[in-house]
Design a protein around this ligand. Structure first.
Ligand code: ATP
Ligand code: MG
Length: 476
């Protein structure tokens, strides 16, 4: 940005060149979303609020200027049509070199390449966070306003040294992400959920709801964590997996419980690979993340209300509809609300072998979450009837947790047995016993069977699955 522009509080283009011909604006005219740079003393600038531009070195300044001028000059629509990234990069490199011919400040080869790369990212994707997005070791990208970006790597959150030029720039990228999926974000709808083509989930929330600038949360979804990865990285043992595979095969109703990002969906995906290929599977999700390996899969997705507040389709509606589609299995990405009732009813009326996940910290907690969800369906079932419904529908609860060292472990496998008085009875079959923590922060522990043979072992046998006798740790 030129110094004159900086003093008048103008910002660089928003990536589509639309600001190029705009007259100079007063400091706060751009948007309530992007606080302007406020001149403090005659020649000094200070960053008054988060999101404003910091002072740049001449080379950085040149990079920013060049970047903006290129974005303004290039025919972005035409470039977006170029599908080959190699070709796109070549064209942009050519344009950068062309521009630099008339420039006095020297740029190194590396700096030139950096600009080329940034523009490619600007056109094809997520701007400054694109490199983070391409880094397979990063699972979540959390942008708190233009200047603060955190990533989760190996289960730990760290701040990274990347930033957007300002809040308007961040907003432009958010807009690009959500408009591709037919959503929008503005003052009228300041919260939005969207999904990237690779299945990653995106949430954006902007001022006035977010107090410090636009907030973008990208939860990446690793598609390649297959069953064997989970046993290899210690999420569960081969034996536990063998048991769970048998439960899926024998059509037990299974619920995976865990906190945010604990690995519920990943485990659900992995377990679903044990559904026989001969079955018709119907999946129901808010944002498609499930990746069934089978051929015969029907995928359904809920729909939020449109800008006028109508047209919403709830998971509950989809569960009801799925029942009319002759499913062999219904897989619900996550139960959150009233659909829990329809799901349990389906499980109780012959649609066995369902798989789902729930956000809960313990198996017990998962059961009480289900009760709350049934209430959301507006029924006035007495507590006991509600619990009977739950206990007769569900067979197994798998608890998965993210431990303090970032690793994911199946911390408990629990059988839901029935009712005793007013209480749902359960018994634990496997658990992860924590023993301590090393000075480096690694959690020490091991998996062990509790010694209890589950009642459902009979059902597994009937389904033709013979498990080794020693599996449950007891002496039979
Ligand atoms: N067993 C695992 N081992 C290592 N990493 C995992 C494992 N499971 C999940 N992850 C990582 O954690 C991230 C979150 O996983 P996942 O989406 O399955 O969690 P979740 O519990 O479904 O989250 P949410 O609460 O958002 O639905 C994934 O991107 C993946 O990289
Ligand atoms: Mg999930």
């Amino acid at each position: 940005m030129a110094l004159r522009d900086r003093l008048t509080g103008r910002r660089p283009g928003n990536g589509n060149g639309s600001e190029a011909a705009a007259p100079p604006e007063p400091p706060n005219a751009e948007s309530r979303l992007a606080p302007a740079v406020v001149p403090a003393h005659s020649s000094q600038m200070y960053v008054g609020q988060r999101g404003a531009d910091a002072i740049l070195s001449p080379v950085d300044q040149l990079k920013v200027d060049l970047h903006r001028r290129l974005i303004e000059r290039l025919d972005l629509d035409a470039l977006e049509q170029i599908k080959s990234e190699v070709e796109l990069t070549a064209q942009i490199r050519h344009a950068v070199l062309d521009f630099l011919r008339g420039e006095v400040t020297p740029l190194s080869q590396r700096e030139r390449e950096e600009i080329v790369e940034q523009i490619v990212y600007e056109i094809t994707g997520l701007g400054p966070i694109e490199p983070l997005f391409r880094d397979p070791t990063i699972s979540d990208i959390l942008v708190n306003g233009a200047r603060e970006i955190y990533v989760e790597r190996g289960g730990r959150l760290v701040r990274v040294n990347a930033s957007f030029r300002n809040d308007a720039h961040l907003l432009a990228v958010i807009d690009r992400i959500v408009s591709r999926v037919g959503r929008r974000v503005d003052e009228a709808s300041p919260m939005v959920d969207a999904r990237l083509p690779d299945g990653s989930r995106v949430n954006a929330i902007i001022p006035p709801l977010a107090l410090d600038g636009p907030i973008l949360s990208i939860r990446r979804f690793k598609t390649d964590l297959r069953v064997h990865h989970l046993t290899r990285n210690g999420t569960l043992t081969d034996e536990m997996l063998q048991l769970l595979a048998a439960c899926v095969h024998a059509r037990l109703n299974i619920m995976i419980s865990g906190g945010t990002g604990a690995g519920k969906t990943t485990l659900l995906n992995a377990l679903s690979s044990f559904i026989p290929a001969t079955e018709r599977i119907i999946t129901i999700e808010d944002a498609a993340e499930l990746q069934m390996q089978q051929e015969h899969v029907v995928r359904l997705e809920t729909r939020p209300p449109n800008a006028e507040g109508s047209g919403e389709v709830l998971a509950r509606d989809l569960v009801k509809n799925a029942l009319r589609m002759r499913p062999d299995r219904i897989v619900i990405g996550e139960v959150r609300s009233s659909e829990a009732l329809d799901m349990l009813q389906a499980m109780n009326t012959g649609h066995e072998g369902s798989l789902t996940t729930v956000h809960a910290n313990t198996p017990r907690d998962a059961l009480s979450r289900l009760e709350t969800m049934i209430l959301m369906a507006g029924t006035n079932l007495p507590d006991r009837a509600m619990r009977e419904q739950i206990s007769s529908a569900l067979d197994v609860i798998i608890q998965i947790s993210r431990l303090a060292d970032g690793t994911r472990r199946v911390t408990s496998i629990v059988e839901v047995m029935g009712m005793e008085g007013e209480i749902i009875t359960t018994q634990e079959i496997y658990h992860f016993r924590r023993r301590g923590i090393t000075p480096e922060g690694t959690v020490i522990g091991h998996f062990e069977p509790t010694g209890i043979r589950p009642r459902f072992a009979e059902r597994l046998a009937v389904a033709g699955v013979e498990l080794p006798v020693h599996m449950f740790g007891g002496a039979w």
